[in-house]
Design a protein around this ligand. Structure first.
Ligand code: SF4
Length: 204
C-alpha cells in the first residue's frame, strides 16, 4: 500500500480527540477539497507491505493502543488495509478510519470504527450520503464547516439521513466562530461543536 507517513500525536478531532494516537496516513485521494490540509497525501507516498506497516506502528506506538488510519482517502486501498486492521485488532489496538465518505466502508468496518467526513458545500466536493446508514453507535460523522451555509447543509443532511453515530461539527481553522456557535444553539443542532485540536497544537 502507498503510505505517506506514520507518526504519533494527539488525536485532533472526533470521538478520540485529545488521546495519544498512532496515525497511519495513506497516500492517494479521489477528491480535491478546496481547503485540503494534507495536499502532500493526495498523491505519491511510498509503497509498503503489510509487514512494514505493522512494524512501523508497533515501533512508534509504545504503550499507545489507538490507531487512526487517515489520508488521503484510506479506503481507496481497502484491499491492502483490511489485513493490517485485522492484525492490529488481534494485537489489541483499537482502530478508527477517517474517510471522505465516497467509498463504501466494506470489510474494513468489521475491524475499525469509521469517522465519515461529510463534505460541505465550501469544500467544493460531495460525499455519498447513502453511506451514512451504515454507521453505528461506535462511529462518528464529522462536518468541517466554513460558514453558515455549510452548517445549514449539515442540518439538512442530519434531517434527511438520521444517523446512529455521534456527530461533530468542526469549524475550518480561522473561521469566525461566533456565528457558527449561535446557529448551533439557535437550531439546537444534535451535534458536538469541536475545535480542531491538531491545528491549535501545531500538528498537521
Ligand atoms: S478528502 Fe481529505 S485528503 Fe482528499 S482532498 Fe479532501 S481534505 Fe484533502
Amino acid at each position: 500500500m502507498r503510505v505517506a507517513e506514520v507518526f504519533r500525536s494527539l488525536q485532533g478531532e472526533g470521538r478520540n480527540q485529545g488521546r495519544p494516537t498512532v496515525f497511519l496516513r495513506l497516500a492517494g485521494c479521489n477528491l480535491a477539497c478546496r481547503w485540503c490540509d494534507t495536499p502532500y497525501a493526495r498523491a505519491g507516498g511510498e509503497e509498503r507491505d503489510a509487514a512494514w506497516v505493522l512494524d512501523a506502528v508497533r515501533e512508534i506506538a509504545g504503550p499507545c493502543r489507538l490507531v487512526c488510519v487517515t489520508g488521503g482517502e484510506p479506503l481507496l486501498q481497502q484491499e491492502y488495509l483490511v489485513p493490517v486492521l485485522a492484525a492490529l485488532s488481534r494485537e489489541g489496538f483499537a482502530c478508527e478510519i477517517e474517510t471522505n465518505g465516497t467509498v463504501p466502508f466494506g470489510p474494513s468496518h468489521a475491524h475499525s470504527a469509521i469517522t465519515m467526513d461529510v463534505k460541505c458545500p465550501s469544500s467544493g466536493e460531495e460525499s455519498d450520503l447513502s453511506l451514512l446508514a451504515a454507521l453505528g453507535p461506535d462511529d462518528a460523522v464529522k462536518f468541517v464547516v466554513a460558514d453558515l451555509a455549510d452548517l445549514a447543509y449539515a442540518e439538512w443532511v442530519l434531517a434527511e439521513h438520521p444517523v446512529r453515530a455521534e456527530v461533530f461539527v468542526s469549524p475550518v481553522y480561522g473561521a469566525s466562530l461566533a456565528p457558527l456557535v449561535d446557529y448551533v444553539l439557535e437550531q439546537n443542532l444534535p451535534v458536538r461543536f469541536s475545535l480542531q485540536l491538531h491545528k491549535l497544537i501545531g500538528v498537521r
